[in-house]
Ligand binder design. Structure first.
Ligand code: SF4
Length: 416
């Protein structure tokens, strides 16, 4: 004898009611997906990878780029608190366990597995593969290198200010840019420099460099009646504004960056209690549990590094994480070009100030590709042993390195 369980026939209104419910749910989900740009139920690994791709490929300039929001929710945490059958509970526990277990992989990913962009070139070695002479030395220069528009603007403003106020009447708070040669030239033309705002005479003008400054510094200058020439890069200004907005929206602001870098010191002044996360920061100690995090990054960091840190953050149980892409596209383009070139040459020369964060990052990325790399300021530091046994040399330069330094280096290298 056969028995079958039959559902009671659905009434017309019940059927349409459930169809409407499904359509509403789908609409909500696709709206969410459009806004978020990723599937929110995926793992932090997936979210980190998408973040890296976004950070490295936002089209146009960042002046027009909008905010990129990203929310990750642990499905297990959001589940209704009703007793569930054992199998279901087990599945939820497994979902949570996945989140926890990816953490070591994430750390390994930092700059490597996430950063396919810097995947080691095939068959690369740290030594050169060319002949033991430099007779046939070929020199290649990165397609994107040297001065960015922010640095050009800052130098132009400094020169104009000296012309307007007169030599010795304008004082920069710290080096205008991280390039010794340019700073020395501006000093010769009459631009003063100090690290102490109180040392500036009220009859002199204050120049705020491209890295920007905190609101406190501007307030202090106003109280002292100083004439302020603001050369803060527009992209740094945007990062400052984003930090202020995130705080106003109720997020605890996290900045991925070097706490000693002048840009970071200025940006974090736009919200109280900002947590700065550096390469070696222990998240357990530095980032106590908060419901809502708002994340920004130092403009000169690489997408690989930022994505790696974000992935580590997402491994922790924050209910909402909002990421605003504050990376500088000028820097990202120079990084792409340097990585591309490092794959083709035997040795890379990265030219620029030894304290310049974006130049240091270029050198780090080239080394990560597996190319022997030297970070030098000018030709003066060159040693012929650096090209011994190499046949193709590549040159790139940080965003504060003048084209004249690059040209001189290339000419001398070719003439060896
Ligand atoms: S590197 Fe980017 S953020 Fe920094 S000054 Fe240049 S344009 Fe501005």
């Amino acid at each position: 004898m056969h028995s079958s369980i039959q559902s009671p026939p659905r009434t017309r209104s019940r059927r349409f009611g459930s169809i409407r419910k499904v359509m509403r749910a789908r609409g909500k989900r696709s709206r969410m997906a459009r806004r978020v740009g990723v599937d929110i139920t995926k793992s932090p690994t997936h979210v980190g990878r998408i973040t890296r791709m976004r950070a490295g490929s936002v089209p146009g300039t960042f002046r027009t780029a909008g905010m990129m929001s990203l929310f990750y929710r642990d499905p297990a945490r959001d589940a209704p608190r009703t007793a569930s059958p054992p199998r279901e509970r087990e599945a939820r526990l497994r979902a949570s366990a996945v989140v926890v277990s990816v953490e070591p992989a994430m750390m390994e990913c930092d700059g490597k597995r996430i950063g396919d962009r810097v995947a080691t070139r095939p068959g690369s070695t740290q030594g050169g593969q060319g002949p033991d002479s430099t007779e046939d030395m070929q020199v290649k220069i990165a397609s994107s290198r040297g001065f960015c528009f922010g640095v050009e603007d800052a130098i132009e403003l400094a020169e104009e200010a000296v012309k307007t106020h007169g030599p010795g009447r304008v004082v920069a708070l710290g080096p205008v840019i991280h390039n010794r040669q340019v700073v020395e030239r501006l000093e010769r033309e009459g631009l003063g420099q100090t690290g102490d705002l109180d040392a500036i005479d009220p009859s002199q003008a204050l120049l705020i460099r491209s890295h920007g400054a905190s609101p406190e510094t501007f307030e202090q200058a106003r109280r002292r009646g100083l004439d302020v020439v603001d050369a803060t890069c527009v992209l740094v200004k945007r990062a400052q504004e984003v930090v202020r907005q995130l705080h106003e929206e109720g997020y605890h602001v996290v900045m991925i960056g070097d706490p000693e870098h002048p840009e970071v010191r200025g940006v974090i002044g736009y919200a109280p209690d900002v947590t700065v996360i550096d390469r070696d920061t222990d998240l357990e100690e530095a980032l106590p549990y908060r419901e809502r995090l708002g994340i920004v990054a130092q403009t000169t960091h690489s997408p690989e590094h930022v994505a790696g840190v974000i992935a580590r953050i997402l491994c922790r149980p924050y209910r909402e994480v909002k990421i605003v892409n504050t990376l500088c596209l000028e820097v990202t383009r120079r990084q792409e070009a340097a990585i591309q070139l490092a794959r083709e040459v035997d040795v890379m020369f990265v030219l620029g100030g030894l304290h310049s964060a974006n130049t240091q990052e270029l050198a780090r990325l080239c080394r990560e590709v597996g190319c022997e790399t030297y970070h030098l300021e000018t030709w003066e530091q060159f040693d012929p042993v650096m090209v011994k046994g190499k046949s193709v040399a590549g040159i790139t330069a940080g965003a504060s390195t003048p084209e004249s330094v690059i040209t001189e280096f290339a000419r001398n290298l070719e003439a060896l």
